[in-house]
Design a protein around this ligand. Structure first.
Ligand SMILES: Cc1cc2nc3c(=O)[nH]c(=O)nc-3n(C[C@H](O)[C@H](O)[C@H](O)COP(=O)(O)OP(=O)(O)OC[C@H]3O[C@@H](n4cnc5c(N)ncnc54)[C@H](O)[C@@H]3O)c2cc1C
Ligand SMILES: *[C@@H]1O[C@H](CO)[C@@H](O)[C@H](O)[C@H]1NC(C)=O
Length: 677
């Protein structure tokens, strides 16, 4: 396909709107509610044909219209002077799919997990669990934010100091990833919409109002209904010596609290990245095009433009299916990968950025040998105990599908526990055991050298600064929680889950074919490190202690799983139970880690992929060390930070458009002259 980039950019510029529409939800809500009135229908920015993107030129091309991708697109397109295209492999989820996405309780009763809105990934056979495990990921506009459990939690201040230290060599809070920067990003992303529920401690809601945002696109609120089990949560943990979290939305997450949800109280619907960042402005912004149902197959790089030894991304190639023809789109300024913890790593490898041996094995031209791509994979593995509730104890059910308030209920009761909460006076001994186990683990692991150096660096940071009560290097705030306890309520049963928040095991994502439509290998590495097993075993004991508190004893009749067959005193029985029943808590991160390159990093602190000049990754894959929180808040905050960084780069003249006819494959002389002129 021969075409002139210059000619196409003239077309794009001509249709830009004169003023950029405000993203602020409040503005939307004060007038009509266009996204609600238009329920089930796509706005004008949602492309209906590949040709609205294919063979065209945009300033920014974003691969993946998920949580971070659409948030970033919403922010970048605020500037009417730039054009933005998003390409999403999944369905738009307007129309027939809308109810399932929008109804909060559908997360339990009519889940999109396992549907066509889910990639339905499977891990490889996990040595630690002797199973292949299912790994859902959103495949739709909004990505995983459209299919997730709506929990809205944030990581702690100390974790962000550590992230910033890893990314920049400094823990100065003014850096991009320190606590203050991230708190500002959280504030910018959110609008707290309140709580009207009696079962909730009023202090929590008042504090949420003080510490969450007030004019951001993403609605965060408490459901309209709640249950006695939720009311029992805080007091039960208090009776176990675990007090209420001091400020879950201000960096102090340690302790028990009822988390808010990504929920819009105007109609008691899920708030997710498409409904928050795109739907309200979709009709007004001609500089934004969002194309669903097209799979990005690779990033195209310039062959010879090696400015300072860095390769320039010219655009991406995409296709509707394995058999469909590949179509290209040009990025005048930048290509941004927001395909998530699996997709972004896979796309980099398919595009020639990854470990040289892997790429060569699949016949992919090496653009840049970067062994960290797909590595450092971390997830929150969870194990649950289940209970039959006493007669007459009310629990959520889907008995009244049309009752919006009733169906706004989603679980939110959580408790974040530190090593000290779990091991008490044996904390130092635990940390020593974990250190010895980590040495053994690193020794035996097949990680590339740089990745192994990075792993050792992370473990040192974890043991000395994050998990230890007092940081050895001056990090402030409370210790990073190692376990999250979650209350699960459904029909006639109740569950207590324990999810590992500081995984010591590492996995990887690697292509096993040069075909973009083949699922990559996902080895989560679950339980490869014995400390993870030890922590999950401790989690079962805590769950049982919680169930035995007077608050829960009043509600519960008996433990159904694991039940009497597994004794709390038997470490062997508990280990088997963890291996047999643990499941993902859906929080994979870190496959494109923000770390120094010699530590196995993939992106720098400006989210730029090493070895490239204008390719960034913006999604949960850049988080260098797993956060003690559900991951959507970080995905939104990363997108907010990325938007600022990218806007700043343009202001400073650091992402000037390249107008050469880079896209042409079979250039004719005439065109070449025109381009160079
Ligand atoms: C079932 C489930 C429940 C969860 N529950 C919670 C919760 O309650 N609270 C919470 O905070 N977090 C939860 N999470 C995690 C959280 O939703 C994710 O961590 C977060 O949304 C990830 O954002 P992201 O932008 O990194 O990736 P995603 O939101 O997954 O976005 C990636 C997007 O890229 C697209 N894509 C991938 N490859 C390609 C390609 N080649 N071409 C084009 N498009 C592509 C995908 O289809 C997807 O839309 C849950 C996740 C799941 C799956
Ligand atoms: C938050 O606090 C402000 C100021 O006290 C108040 O006006 C507002 O109604 C509160 N919002 C919610 C959602 O509780």
């Amino acid at each position: 396909m021969v075409f002139s980039a210059l000619r196409f950019s003239a077309v794009v510029v001509a249709v830009l709107p004169l003023v950029s529409a405000s993203l602020e939800r409040r503005a939307v809500r004060n007038g009509h509610h266009p996204h609600f009135e238009a329920r089930g229908t796509a706005g004008k920015c949602i492309a209906t044909s590949w040709s609205q993107v294919g063979e065209r030129v945009f300033d920014y091309v974003i691969a993946g219209g998920g949580t971070a991708g659409l948030a970033l697109a919403g922010r970048l397109s605020e500037d009417a002077a730039v054009s933005v295209a998003v390409i999403e492999a999944g369905h738009s989820a307007y129309g027939a799919q809308a109810a399932r996405v929008e109804t909060p309780s559908a997360a339990y009763f009519d889940s999109s997990v396992g549907s066509e809105l889910d990639w339905q990934y499977k891990t490889t056979l996990q040595a630690g669990t002797a199973r292949e495990m299912s790994w859902p990921r959103g495949k739709t506009l909004g990505g995983s934010s459209a299919i997730n459990g709506l929990y809205y939690t944030q990581a702690s201040k100390r974790e962000h100091q550590a992230w910033s230290r890893l990314a920049t060599g400094s823990s100065d809070d003014t850096e991009h990833w320190g606590w203050h920067a991230m708190r500002d990003a959280h504030l910018k992303a959110t609008e707290y919409m309140g709580s009207s529920v009696r079962e909730l401690d009023g202090a929590i809601a008042a504090q949420a109002n003080e510490t969450l945002g007030h004019s951001g696109p993403l609605a965060v609120a408490y459901p309209a209904r709640s249950y006695s089990s939720v009311a029992a949560w805080g007091p039960a943990f208090a009776s176990m010596g675990i007090s209420a979290a001091a400020a879950p939305y201000d960096g102090q997450t340690h302790g028990a609290f009822v988390a808010a949800s990504t929920l819009d109280t105007a109609e008691w619907k899920r708030s997710f990245s498409r409904s928050a960042y795109v739907d309200p402005i979709c009709d007004e912004r001609a500089n934004l095009v969002v194309l669903p149902n097209q799979h990005v197959t690779k990033v195209i790089f310039d062959d010879d433009d090696t400015t300072l030894g860095q390769r320039r991304a010219l655009g991406v190639e995409f296709a509707a299916s394995k058999e469909a023809p590949r179509v290209r789109v040009t990025a005048r300024r930048e290509v941004i990968l927001s395909a998530g913890a699996i997709g972004s790593a896979q796309l980099l490898q398919l595009s020639g950025v990854g470990r040289k041996e892997l790429l060569e094995k699949h016949g992919i031209d090496v653009v840049y040998d970067l062994p960290g791509v797909g590595r450092n994979l971390q997830d929150h593995l969870a194990v649950s105990t289940s209970y039959k509730v006493k007669e007459g104890v009310p629990l959520p059910s889907n008995s009244s599908p049309d009752d919006r308030q009733l169906n706004s209920y989603v679980d939110g009761a959580v408790a974040y526990l530190t090593v000290r909460d779990i091991f008490g006076d044996d904390t130092a001994a635990f940390l020593q055991r974990a250190e010895a186990a980590s040495e053994k683990y690193a020794e035996a692991s097949q990680m590339p050298a740089a990745v192994k150096r990075g792993y050792k660096r992370q473990v040192r940071l974890l043991l000395r600064d994050l998990l230890a009560e007092e940081s050895q290097h001056g990090f402030s705030g409370h210790a990073k929680p190692v376990l999250e306890m979650l209350l699960g309520t459904m029909d006639s049963s109740m569950h207590f889950s324990s999810a590992a928040q500081a995984p010591f095991s590492r996995g990887y994502v690697s292509i096993h074919s040069a075909d973009a439509f083949e699922q990559p290998h996902i080895d989560a590495g679950y339980l490869g490190h014995e400390t993870d097993l030890e922590l999950l075993v401790a989690g079962i004991k805590i769950a049982r202690r919680a169930a035995a508190t007077s608050q829960f004893a009043e509600l519960l009749e008996s433990e159904t799983t694991p039940g009497a067959a597994v004794a709390t005193e038997s470490y062997e029985e508990l280990i088997s139970y963890v291996r047999e029943t643990a499941e993902t808590n859906y929080h994979p991160t870190s496959t494109c880690s923000m770390l120094a390159e010699h530590l196995g990093g993939v992106v720098d602190q400006w989210l730029r992929v090493y070895g490239t000049s204008n390719l960034r990754v913006v999604d949960a894959s850049v988080i260098p060390v797993s956060l003690s929180a559900h991951t959507q808040s970080a995905a939104y905050a990363i997108a907010e930070r990325a938007a600022d960084i990218i806007k700043q780069a343009r202001k400073e003249g650091k992402s000037e458009p390249v107008e050469e006819c880079a896209e042409e494959e079979e250039e004719e002389e005439q065109d070449e002259e025109e381009c160079e002129a």
